[in-house]
Design a protein around this ligand. Structure first.
Ligand SMILES: [Fe+2]
Length: 199
C-alpha cells in the first residue's frame, strides 16, 4: 500500500481513536509545517513531507508511552512498507544520532533498545528527517511557536540533560539550512505563529 495523504490522515485518525490525546493535533500541525516548508524547496515533495509529519508520532496508537512510541511507530510503518516514514518515527527524536541524547524513558525491552541504538548509528539522515525534527520542535497541540520558547518550555518540564544545548544548536542549525533553501524565514510559512508565541 503506497503511502499518500489520504491514508496517512486515516491512520492518524484511527490511532487517535485508540489513544486519544493532544498528540494528534500536534501531529497535524507538524505535518502542516512540513508541507509548507517542503513546498518551498524544489528538491522536496510537499505531499511526502506532509505524510511523514502526520505519521512521526504514530507509535502513540499503542498507548501512553515514552520512547517506546518511537519503536512502535517504526514497526507500524515497516509493516505497511513505509520505510522512510518508519525511519522518521525513530529519527525525529534524535537530531543528534546518539541514543544517549534522549530526554525520555526507554520503556522498551533490551533487544528493542539495542535495535534503536544501532539503527540510529547506521541511519543516514536526509532533509525529510531534518524537516520533521525541525517541525516537531515548532508545533504545539495548539499551533506553531517560536523555537526558543519551545526549548524553554520543554527544559522546564524535563530538566536539563547533558545534550540539551547541543540539541538546541542542532535545531537552530537545521532551521538555518532550511531558511537558506527557501530564501526566507520559516516563520512566514507558519500561520498563527506570532499570536501563539506571544500570548
Ligand atoms: Fe512530535
Amino acid at each position: 500500500m503506497e503511502l499518500n495523504r489520504k491514508i496517512a490522515e486515516m491512520e492518524l485518525k484511527r490511532a487517535g481513536e485508540l489513544n486519544p490525546g493532544k498528540w494528534t493535533d500536534h501531529s497535524r500541525f507538524v505535518a502542516f509545517a512540513c508541507k509548507n516548508i517542503a513546498a518551498q524547496c524544489s528538491d522536496l515533495s510537499a505531499e511526502k513531507a506532509y505524510c511523514f509529519g502526520l505519521l512521526h508520532d504514530i507509535g502513540r496508537h499503542a498507548g501512553v508511552t515514552s520512547e517506546k512510541h518511537l519503536i512502535d511507530g517504526y514497526r507500524f510503518c515497516i509493516q505497511r512498507g513505509w520505510k522512510k516514514a518508519a525511519q522518521i518515527c525513530i529519527s525525529h527524536a534524535f537530531m543528534i544520532q546518539d541514543i544517549k541524547t534522549s530526554i525520555g524513558t526507554f520503556d522498551v525491552s533490551e533487544d528493542d533498545y539495542s535495535f534503536m541504538k544501532s539503527f540510529l548509528e547506521n541511519s543516514v539522515y536526509d532533509d525529510y528527517d531534518r524537516l520533521v525534527q525541525l517541525c516537531d520542535a515548532l508545533a504545539l497541540p495548539t499551533g506553531f511557536c517560536l523555537l526558543e520558547k519551545r526549548f524553554v518550555d520543554v527544559t522546564i518540564r524535563y530538566g536539563i540533560h547533558p545534550a540539551t544545548v547541543d540539541q538546541w544548536k542542532k535545531i537552530l542549525e537545521i532551521k538555518e539550512q532550511f531558511e537558506r533553501k527557501i530564501n526566507g524565514s520559516i516563520y512566514e510559512l507558519l500561520p498563527g505563529v506570532i499570536e501563539n508565541s506571544f500570548r
